[in-house]
Design a protein around this ligand. Structure first.
Ligand code: NAD
Length: 476
């Protein structure tokens, strides 16, 4: 069992008496694989102090040098790819092959994308007799979830470091291993001490960090409920907040779209990481007269998605992160079964594993927009299908939840789909299966959050604009 019993403070791993512990279980075997010691207020105070001391020198370091450190961290992370892949698979349950590419290699690439974007994002601008400069916000509290742990840490840390901020990271207590590897990568990269500090712990540790008076900004990714709580605490102290929260994203199939492609995409997006993806497509919106066609295609597609051991190369759907998450998702499925929606698929595979936090995928059709299943984030392998008669109604259904994180639109042509995408109240929308772009801004409308991560836009979250008015003679 791995012990995460030291915090990275002022450039060194420090062991302090823990205020509490979390036991992390392998999601497929249920065996204890790690023990996380929770930091308390004294650890938070030491970490914030180290970050504050490092702030003036780090924010005064030229952007190109900061970008070079970001690339050095990426190089160090790359050397730890295999160790991080297997530990994320154990903690979160994503199949190994997908974990390597999506959980580890993609975020390492994002460290480099952020370094590349820094020069342009932070350049001064001239506006008449003003020079607009970009100052780092200050000391940032970064609080992250477990589902894509390195990805979510990267979205905050790489951008904050590029902007010249210093950081105290409080990673998820359920997926601590990449934060440990990152701490080691940071030390090996030679980053000046105190620029990044890592305090392990749970919600209480996070709350102490948010409340610390010397934190200037809180950048949080996690549930909408915790995001609200953090925003209230930060609001009282007038701290800047950036919130990446939950989602209930819809895929609209316009008339003329290819149902076979749309159905396959909906199933694979919804089941990625066993549905534990904030931007997952969890609602498919189809023309009413094509419902039966989609129903058949979805059933076939989901039956092909093998549920099983995430270390097995044939597995497409692994277990969920924890017993608690499994219970929560199963409660949604039981409630949906009681509602008498059209059950398109609900598991029942005799070969499905009996040990581990597995939930077999479920698809429910003709789900009314007002139902809990169509409104709330399940965070598990559950897809709902809704029908529409006009394009206006399709957009209304897609926009008809408090969330607005992501979405997809499929049409006979990209132009047709793009015009519908423009009407969707969501932060990132894929047209006709277009690929992910790490340099594009990612974030939510409404209850999905405030602010954006990714590329240059992500760096802008961590800056204050400063206008310097210069005399006419100097301006000419
Ligand atoms: P969570 O909100 O329970 O926890 C997230 C982090 O906040 C953890 O580190 C946790 O220890 C900490 N925390 C909990 N209570 C806190 C408090 N009161 N004060 C400060 N910190 C606190 O979320 P989770 O279960 O880890 O992650 C799943 C959720 O995250 C889902 O809702 C998902 O949609 C969302 N998410 C959003 C995005 C996005 O980019 N929009 C990405 C991934 C996950």
């Amino acid at each position: 069992m791995i012990n995460h019993d030291r915090h990275l403070i002022d450039g060194e791993w420090r062991a302090t008496p823990a205020v509490a512990h979390t036991i992390v279980r392998d999601s497929a075997t249920e065996e204890a694989v790690a023990k996380v010691s929770h930091g308390g207020p004294a650890d938070i105070a030491a970490a914030v102090k180290a970050a504050r001391s490092a702030f003036v020198p780090w924010s005064s370091t030229p952007v190109a040098e900061r970008a070079a450190f970001i690339r050095a961290i990426a190089d160090q992370l790359e050397q730890r790819t295999e160790e991080m892949t297997s530990s994320v698979t154990a903690e979160v349950g994503m199949p190994l092959k997908l974990s390597r590419r999506i959980q580890i290699q993609a975020p390492i690439a994002a460290w480099r994308t952020t370094a590349d974007a820094a020069g342009d994002a932070l350049a001064d601008a001239r506006l008449g007799n003003s020079i607009v400069t970009k100052a780092a916000v200050g000391v940032v509290a970064a609080i992250t979830p477990w589902n894509y742990p390195l990805h979510q840490i990267t979205g905050k840390l790489a951008a904050a470091l590029a902007a010249g901020c210093c950081v105290v990271l409080k990673p998820s207590e359920l997926a601590p291993s990449v934060a440990q590897a990152l701490g080691e990568a940071i030390i090996a990269s030679g980053l000046p001490k105190g620029v990044v500090n890592i305090v392990f712990g749970d919600g209480a540790t996070g709350e102490a960090l948010v409340a610390h008076p010397d934190v200037d900004m809180v950048s949080f990714t996690g549930s909408t409920a915790v995001g609200r709580r953090i925003a209230s605490a930060a609001g009282q102290a007038l701290k800047r907040v950036a919130l990446e929260l939950g989602g209930k994203s819809a895929s609209i199939a316009l008339r003329g779209a290819d149902p076979a492609i749309v159905a396959r995409h909906a199933v694979s997006s919804c089941l990625l990481n066993s549905g534990q993806t904030c931007s997952a497509i969890t609602r498919l919106v189809v023309p009413q007269e094509e419902y039966d066609v989609y129903r058949g295609l979805l059933k076939t597609a989901v039956e092909k998605m093998r549920v099983g051991d995430p270390r097995d190369s044939d597995t497409r759907v692994g277990p969920l992160v924890s017993a608690e998450q499994k219970k929560r998702v199963e409660a949604f499925i039981s409630e949906a079964l009681e509602q008498k929606f059209d059950v398109i698929s609900v598991g029942g595979d005799d070969a499905a594993p009996t040990k581990g936090f597995y939930v077999e995928p479920a698809i429910f059709g003709r789900v009314p927009i007002a139902s809990r299943l169509a409104q709330e984030e399940v965070f598990g392998p559950v897809l709902t299908v809704q029908t529409y008669s006009t394009d206006e109604e399709a957009v209304e259904i897609a926009n008809g939840t408090p969330y607005g994180l992501a979405g997809a639109v499929w049409g006979a042509s990209a132009e047709q789909a793009q015009s519908v995408a423009q009407r969707m109240r969501a932060g990132q929308i894929d047209v006709n299966g277009a690929p992910y772009n790490a340099a594009a801004p990612f974030g939510g409308f409404g209850s999905s959050g405030i602010g954006r991560e990714g590329g240059g836009y992500g760096i802008e979250e961590f800056i204050e604009l400063r206008s310097i008015q210069i005399p006419a003679a100097a301006a000419s």
